[in-house]
Design a protein around this ligand. Structure first.
Ligand code: PXG
Length: 456
């Protein structure tokens, strides 16, 4: 196929794709009509498609390629590990060297209260692990009725049955319903959900109080855990007011409820610390992670478990839970080498003091654009909320699909961003330079101008 001219090559791949490949989270009929964009190679912050277009990937794949693309070193690590030991499980009294070393490494980077690391193949599996571990923990403690988990509207925790149920995406719940024992409360989205005149600080406390109200309504003896993303990612990069997390922490402690902090997106540097728990000063009982752990070079995730939970699980006999690929040696070796690259390149500090603030200041400046109602973000994650009327926060009519319009325009000009509702969201590779951020902002601003001219 490679000897064909790019258009023929692309058309042939698109046909193969149409005929055989069912895509995740996709309106297949619409995609079949349009044709898939086939990504063929990548280097640094740039991806390339089968037609030869170069695109600045401001989504780091799917929030995951933290070190950027094309680190040959990881290919070498994977090949070497595959030759040495391609697979062995950690189930029946065995383990492998990379998994043991990676557990120690992740624990050393995690907040001080973390005691043990459990590995999974993905973020969804990590949250399935959480659901089972919360219930197992309370059963071991003699309180099996503490089994309800409180989550939030518009949260995202994965797409398996437990992940989808913990998530607060209505369009997902509608396809088949959710499992029992999960309750949802409001999200801390000040721009969308505050009352007239309510400050961010006041709103943050009210959004946290929704947790207390729900606990009291259900009875604290029925509630096992609360789960939330430090910053909602798939929901549209929603950074809660500064008052929110301290109050959530207080409530969880007061009612003896475990706190699960979903760091699948925020883990491994995105907020300028290894974990957002450190950025927001949150003491969590379980921290699911994935994505940045391996920068997406191989699938691997896990849960960092607090000492108090780990002690109960370790002391409670067999916890009958695990995956064939828990602690996969090749994925673990690559993850460990990925962390070494993050350390060697000083990416976490760079995001905290240099490129993160730079991206945020450039995004804030886009707040002056007539289409932009709110700029949200922190360090290396950001969003622009597009509105028809800035003063009244009036959104565009749904059928205009304003954010999708800007995204399409951006992609056509060489910038990959995501549209979620009326938000444009981004989470660039942590290795992005200031010059590349300038390019990102310039392409984004041109796309905004173009669409602004169109909808005027
Ligand atoms: N938790 C969070 C916070 C996530 O963002 C998961 C769990 C699940 O991870 P896995 O590895 O099972 O996909 C995620 C994943 C989007 C989008 O639309 C986001 C994710 C996945 C797919 C789409 O932004 N995040």
């Amino acid at each position: 196929m490679n000897s064909m001219i790019p258009e023929q090559y692309t058309a042939a791949l698109q046909q193969l794709d149409r005929d055989n490949y069912l895509h995740p989270f996709t309106d297949s009929k619409a995609l079949h009509a349009k044709g898939t964009r086939v990504i063929t190679k990548a280097k640094g912050v740039y991806i390339y498609d089968s037609e030869g277009n170069r695109i600045l990937d401001a989504m780091a794949g799917l929030w995951c390629v933290n070190i950027g693309y094309g680190h040959d070193e990881l290919a070498d690590v994977a090949a070497e590990q595959m030759r040495q030991l391609a697979y062995y499980n950690s189930f029946f009294g065995t383990a492998n060297v990379p998994a043991i070393e990676l557990a120690a490494k992740v624990k050393s980077l995690a907040p001080d209260n973390i005691g043990h690391i459990f590995f999974t193949g993905s973020g969804s599996e990590a949250n399935d692990t959480n659901l089972r571990m919360v219930r197992h923990y309370w059963a071991q403690k003699g309180q099996p009725e503490k089994r309800t988990i409180i989550a939030r509207n518009n949260g995202y925790h994965g797409s398996t049955v437990a992940g989808m149920s913990l998530g607060g995406m209505e369009f997902m719940h509608k396809q088949g319903g959710i499992i029992d024992g999960i309750e949802h409360i409001m999200q801390p989205h000040w721009y969308k959900e505050s009352l007239p005149g309510e400050t961010e600080a006041e709103f943050g406390l009210r959004a946290a109080k929704a947790l207390e109200d729900k606990i009291l309504a259900l009875g604290a003896d029925q509630v096992g855990a609360f789960i939330g993303e430090p910053i909602q990612g798939a929901g549209g990069v929603i950074v809660p007011p500064a008052t929110y997390w301290p109050e959530i922490q207080r409530i969880c402690r007061q009612y003896d409820i475990l706190l699960i902090l979903d760091e699948v997106i925020t883990g491994f540097g995105r907020t300028g610390n290894w974990f957002a728990a450190q950025t927001f000063n949150i003491e969590a009982d379980m921290i699911p992670f994935a994505k940045g752990l391996s920068s997406g070079y191989l699938p691997i995730g896990g849960v960092a478990i607090s000492q108090r939970v780990a002690e109960v699980v370790i002391g409670g006999g067999e916890f009958a839970h695990g995956y064939t690929y828990s602690g996969h040696p090749v994925a673990a070796a690559v993850a460990k080498a990925n962390i070494e690259i993050i350390e060697r390149e000083g990416l976490v500090a760079k995001v905290a003091v240099e490129t993160g603030p730079y991206l945020q200041s450039k995004l804030l400046a886009l707040g002056d654009h007539p289409l932009v109602g709110q700029v949200r973000g922190m360090a290396m994650v950001g969003a622009l909320e597009l509105v028809q009327d800035k003063a009244t926060r009036t959104p565009f009519a749904k059928d205009i699909e304003i954010a999708a319009k800007v995204r399409d325009c951006a992609v056509a000009s060489g910038l990959m961003v995501r549209a979620v509702g009326d938000s444009l969201i981004m989470s660039p590779p942590l290795c992005i330079t200031k010059e590349e951020i300038d390019e990102l902002i310039s392409l984004l601003s041109q796309a905004l101008d173009k669409v602004q001219a169109e909808v005027q």
